[in-house]
Design a protein around this ligand. Structure first.
Ligand SMILES: [Zn+2]
Length: 502
């Protein structure tokens, strides 16, 4: 069942009337209010995207400056500590490990013949400072060939073995994860040719961040098929490959000795999430969470480039600015029934790590969070653009309140498939995975034609600077959330679904 959408004019008039009734002293958002919001958003964006913040990279002096600025602003907008830790007012520590793979070697031995695989035909990666795996005859460590499988049929029997697998693009990462979960010592993937190694090298030589609490000890090596075929003989290799293609193929031990030597640069450090709150007046009624990531990429261009710092003005100084503006508005309109938590996360760019850390050790039970609103890259689309609804279709009660607000405010709904394509690429995903109703509502994700030029020219580049942000859509986003969160924070006006009830 659906209603025909009323015209924009009717909606505008209706929303003016409704706004006039609901907020009599303020009336409809006046023009100067938009101008004032714009000035405040811009001031935060300019400060957070200044070169002085060094691109807000976790674990650098840029983090210290960013946190100091945000802590001052959280105090200014009237927040109180949300850490639930008397020893730490705003900061919740997040242990991180940064690693960068260094070149290593693979040595294959068959009978009396030993080959140190040339660098052109091999790649080796570990997260450890130094790692050595020896296997094959005489070492007590078996070498098991699993073909195109993931060794699950062997289960625990695989523990300690060095596993050789054939590449099957698209499935390889999951297969290696399964093999490491079965405690394989190392996984050697045989790739078709040297071209297949290039993208792996580029990916692995880049610095990677992980939560210290989730760190994996994995040793992965890659060699080209030509090297293996040459060593064990073309005919035998072809036979092994065709056996691996058979439906009833079972992993088998092969008489090949594999020695892998690998190393990595490694840095352990503590970064921080910041958590503030606006206390509610109805105890036990649950909480609303606002979140935005504070981190960005630091120096991201080659040293010879005229500008090397990725300032991350849209991504995500704009989300922080919108969240602070909302915190101020919600605080001055409060108290609300429910507690409103305000979270600035670290290391979103490293893989939603700060949000994952928050979800693992939340200062408030996750089940009591009735809704989470993420703010990420909100300063891209102009005023009046349709709203991208990321996270739609997961919490019916929340969806319907949001859709009502969009309709009541004459905000069109954007391209849903575009919004859906971002659901796993934003901090809210870490919360959704733990069952917390989480959405990201922004005009940035409503229309491909508005987003694509940003992605093509400024996203994750030094050109994402404060002078290039578009505030029209960001102000729309702020006003939408202002009204929406007041309702969600009111236990009399929003009943969470039973599963999320405190
Ligand atoms: Zn980003």
């Amino acid at each position: 069942m659906s209603l025909r959408r009323p015209s924009l004019l009717v909606l505008l008039l209706l929303s003016m009337m409704l706004a006039a009734c609901a907020r009599a002293p303020v009336g409809r958002v006046p023009v100067e209010d938009r101008a004032e919001i714009a000035a405040r958003l811009k001031a935060d964006i300019v400060a957070l995207a200044d070169d002085e913040m060094l691109g807000r990279k976790p674990g650098t002096p840029g983090e210290d400056k960013t946190l100091a600025y945000l802590e001052r602003r959280m105090l200014e907008v009237g927040l109180v500590s949300g850490t639930n830790d008397p020893g730490s007012y705003w900061r919740m520590p997040v242990g991180l490990v940064a690693t960068r793979a260094l070149p290593g070697t693979v040595t294959l031995t068959q009978g009396k013949r030993s080959v140190i695989v040339p660098e052109s035909d091999a790649a080796v990666f570990t997260q450890r400072r130094r790692e050595l795996a020896l296997s094959g005859p005489g070492t007590g460590v078996p070498v098991v060939f699993v073909g195109y499988g993931d060794g699950l049929v062997l289960g625990e029997a695989l523990a300690g073995a060095v596993v050789v697998m054939l590449a099957d693009p698209g499935r390889d990462e999951a297969r290696r994860a399964a093999l490491f979960a079965q405690r394989a010592t190392a996984v050697l993937t045989v790739v078709p040719d040297a071209d297949a190694l290039a993208p792996l090298r580029i990916g692995e030589r880049r610095e990677k961040l992980q939560l210290a609490s989730e760190e994996q000890d994995t040793l992965s090596a890659f060699v080209t098929e030509a090297v293996v075929a040459d060593l064990i003989g073309e005919i035998r290799w072809k036979r092994l490959k065709s056996e691996a293609e058979a439906a009833d193929f079972a992993p088998l031990e092969i008489h090949l000795a594999v020695a892998i030597e690998a190393a990595a640069e490694r840095r352990e450090f503590t970064s921080y999430n910041l958590v503030g709150m606006i206390p509610g007046k109805v105890p036990g009624s649950g909480a609303v969470l606002l979140l935005a990531h504070w981190d960005h990429l630091g120096e991201c261009a080659p040293p010879e480039a005229p500008d090397t710092i990725c300032n991350g003005a849209a991504d995500n100084a704009s989300g922080l600015a919108a969240m602070l503006e909302l915190a101020q508005r919600l605080n001055s309109a409060g108290p609300h029934g429910r507690d409103i938590y305000v979270l600035a996360t670290t290391s979103e760019e490293g893989g939603l790590l700060g949000a994952r850390a928050f979800a693992k050790a939340p200062p408030v039970p996750l089940a009591s969070i009735v809704a989470a609103f993420n703010f990420d890259m909100v300063a891209v689309a102009p005023r009046g653009s349709p709203v991208g609804f990321i996270g739609r279709g997961r919490t019916a009660a929340l969806d319907s309140v949001i859709l009502d607000h969009l309709a009541n405010n004459g905000r069109g709904l954007g391209d849903q498939s575009l919004a859906d394509s971002f659901v796993q690429r934003q901090d809210g995903w870490a919360l959704l995975q733990q069952g917390v109703p989480s959405v990201l509502l922004s005009s940035t994700y409503g229309v491909r034609g508005l987003l694509d030029p940003f992605l093509a020219t400024r996203y994750h580049r030094p050109s994402d600077s404060a002078d290039a942000v578009e505030l029209g859509g960001a102000i729309d986003d702020v006003l939408l959330h202002d009204a929406l969160i007041r309702q969600i924070a009111d236990p009399a006006r929003y009943l969470p679904p039973a599963a999320a009830a405190p």
